[in-house]
Design a protein around this ligand. Sequence first.
Ligand code: SF4
Ligand code: SF4
Length: 141
Amino acid sequence: MAKHIYATLPDYPKSIGKKKKKPKTVALVFEGNCTGCEVCVPFCPVDCIESQPRSAFSDRPIPPVQIRFDECIGCQICVKACNKLTWDAIRMVPADQIEKEFNIKLSDTYEEALENKTQDKIDPKNAREISNSKFLDYWRE
Ligand code: SF4
Ligand code: SF4
């Protein structure tokens, strides 16, 4: 059984890449399923998954992870890793919906994302509220 599960897992990336174009979908974590185990983190080929700040999750002993949306390349690898190994807490959602609900503009490249400081424009407490209210249907499907 274990052999079957691991056979369908993506490999760890051999090196860390960078976004070269804006993807159609980006990954989003549902905190209700995410234990903060960080199993998904080493699978991401652009290293854009990180723990949420404790300040926004003081009601939990371990905060869930979040995706730095503007660095995500939409590869879906984290979705498979979380689904196969842990709690099925990640979905791919349309990039334009992320832009609308989080009131951000996603960049075309990693360099632009850093320059635009997109991640800094998202308040973690607001992000929690937005994720839980606007995107829940993705986990109900
Ligand atoms: S593997 Fe899943 S449950 Fe674990 S931290 Fe990543 S998203 Fe959360
Ligand atoms: S979809 Fe790919 S790039 Fe985006 S967070 Fe998941 S593993 Fe990283």
